[in-house]
Design a protein around this ligand. Sequence first.
Ligand SMILES: CC(C)(COP(=O)(O)OP(=O)(O)OC[C@H]1O[C@@H](n2cnc3c(N)ncnc32)[C@H](O)[C@@H]1OP(=O)(O)O)[C@@H](O)C(=O)NCCC(=O)NCCS
Length: 162
Amino acid sequence: MSSPILQFPSPRAPAIRYRLARLDDLENLTVLESTCFPGNDMTKRQIRRHILNPLAHFWVAVDSGQRRVVGYSLVLHHQRRGPRLYSIAVAAPYRGHGIGKKLLQKSVMTTKASGAPHLMLEVSQKSRKAQSIYRDAGFLVWKKAPDYYGAGLHALKMMKHF
Ligand SMILES: CC(C)(COP(=O)(O)OP(=O)(O)OC[C@H]1O[C@@H](n2cnc3c(N)ncnc32)[C@H](O)[C@@H]1OP(=O)(O)O)[C@@H](O)C(=O)NCCC(=O)NCCS
């Protein structure tokens, strides 16, 4: 059976709202996550925990017409290491409309407002598109992380200072 997320229309200019995630987004987010990161996705239980975590900033992009979540960005605040962009994803039919950039902007804004000195992230060396939105938002590479995602799967550690 095909995933409901793959049945989304391919809108030219979707009307998107941005807000913090709620528990009633759980089903949508779980489908989105499994579609964007097959085999490496957060479980429904983990997503639920992040939504309820007061130290997490969990932004979602909602298609106003379809009334469903089509993207998210999640920042987790680690006590020792500080805030980290844990994940960001946009449903495939909605990519290329600036939604990923906007979600990143929201994450940067709320992290900065929390008083943190920086925001960190890791990105696959192969994910050119993700790297480009991070660079455009002012993130700089500070370290290479060989085999970070497994043998031969290298990552870049990036950071934005406030
Ligand atoms: C990365 C991701 C979140 C971007 O979301 P998006 O809504 O498509 O991104 P935007 O439309 O805001 O911006 C895309 C930018 O990348 C650029 N871009 C697109 N393809 C590119 C490529 N192959 N190489 C470099 N840049 C690229 C575009 O030109 C655009 O920049 P512009 O607005 O200046 O033209 C989305 O592709 C995604 O969910 N990918 C799968 C999950 C993932 O890899 N997440 C990140 C790692 S955790």
